[in-house]
Design a protein around this ligand. Structure first.
Ligand code: ADP
Length: 192
């Protein structure tokens, strides 16, 4: 199974992705995690990405597409994967279509976890307090920018998949287990 998880910062993509990894044995491709690992390792990409991420802006599309192109060719992706944090722009979504097509692959579903902005801000503030600022981009100010970037650049990605008839939206404003169950239902309908 090959999935894209869409949702604003704080919508719960990481949490739900982990359930899907455990339930279906999929590889979890979180571009945020990959970039943070690159930053920690001090690679060229990591050095370029650090300030951009700290501001809450987006790393350039060509960098991200190259990272994903390499990653989906790794052996652990053969059994399927979940894209979490990618595509974040329509250009990335188009590039992903091309990457998959060249490999004779297709997405099974694009699942959007829909959450109101007010709830997102509250969640992120809580996460910032709990982790003691472990993530440099979990501050209220950066968060506002990340939400604006989401609205302007990532929300159109949902519309892109909607037009293709691939978008499945679930209500992300329920407790974690209820969101998980709703995603399971959606996937049962798609993959059976
Ligand atoms: P969250 O899910 O909390 O919004 P992520 O961990 O997915 O955050 O991403 C953190 C940061 O990494 C983003 O704010 C952005 O700067 C960068 N990033 C991650 N994925 C992408 C992408 N596909 N394109 C551009 N930048 C990205």
């Amino acid at each position: 199974m090959r999935l894209v998880l869409l949702g604003a910062p704080g919508a719960g993509k990481g949490t739900q992705a982990q359930f899907l990894v455990d339930a279906h044995g999929l590889a979890h491709l979180s571009t945020g995690d990959m970039l943070r690992a690159a930053t920690a390792a001090g690679t060229e990409v990591g050095r370029r990405a650090k300030d951009i991420m700290d501001r809450g802006d987006l790393v350039p599309d060509d960098v991200m597409v190259e990272i994903i192109a390499d990653r989906i060719d790794q052996p652990d992706c053969a059994k399927g994967f979940i894209l979490d944090g990618f595509p974040r722009t329509v250009a990335q979504a188009e590039a992903l279509d091309g990457l998959l097509e060249t490999r004779g692959l297709a997405l099974d579903a694009v699942v959007q976890i829909a959450v109101d902005e007010a709830l997102l801000l509250a969640r992120i503030e809580k996460r910032a307090a709990e982790t003691g600022g472990a993530r440099a981009d979990d501050t209220a100010e950066t968060m506002k920018n990340r939400l604006a970037v989401y609205r302007e650049q990532t929300a159109p990605v949902a519309a892109y998949y909607e037009r293709k008839g691939a978008l499945k939206s679930v209500n992300g404003m329920q407790d974690i287990a209820a969101v998980r169950d709703e995603i399971d239902e959606v996937l049962k309908a798609v993959v059976s």
